[in-house]
Design a protein around this ligand. Sequence first.
Ligand code: FES
Length: 164
Amino acid sequence: MAAATVDTETLVKDVVARYADARAGLIPILQDIQAALGYISPQALRALERETGISANEAYGVATFYTQFRFTAPGKHRIQVCNGTACHVRAAARITEELCRYLGVAVGGTTPDGEFSLERVACLGCCALSPVLTVDGKVYAGVTPKKMQRILKEYGFERKAGKS
Ligand code: FES
């Protein structure tokens, strides 16, 4: 991802140019923007409004309807916790809850230092290993709250003193 080097205005213009009808193609346009930037930024929504006439509010409203879109910049390390059926029956919700508490972010959020972002995703395709999470694409199987803490430590996450 090259968020820092991408000129959002140009990027949005290029994306919109690929679609004959921006309104009909709004979801793929938003997907392309997210693929390039890592998220749907307010700047991108404003650029989209200038390019297409679709108001930033309207595009945001449409995007929030879909769980695939995120609205904060992804962290340096991207954590995806599976909430597919197999993982769900093996306490994925509890793992997700623990991750939120431990990192101090909500699902879809990024830690204030920009190091970790947390996403809830559908089946990652390795159900036999459930419950599963990935960090930067690396799969961790049979995750428990304790194991989750060890995994985060591997990536340099240190729990701040005073938090349990
Ligand atoms: S449900 Fe989690 S990997 Fe399939």
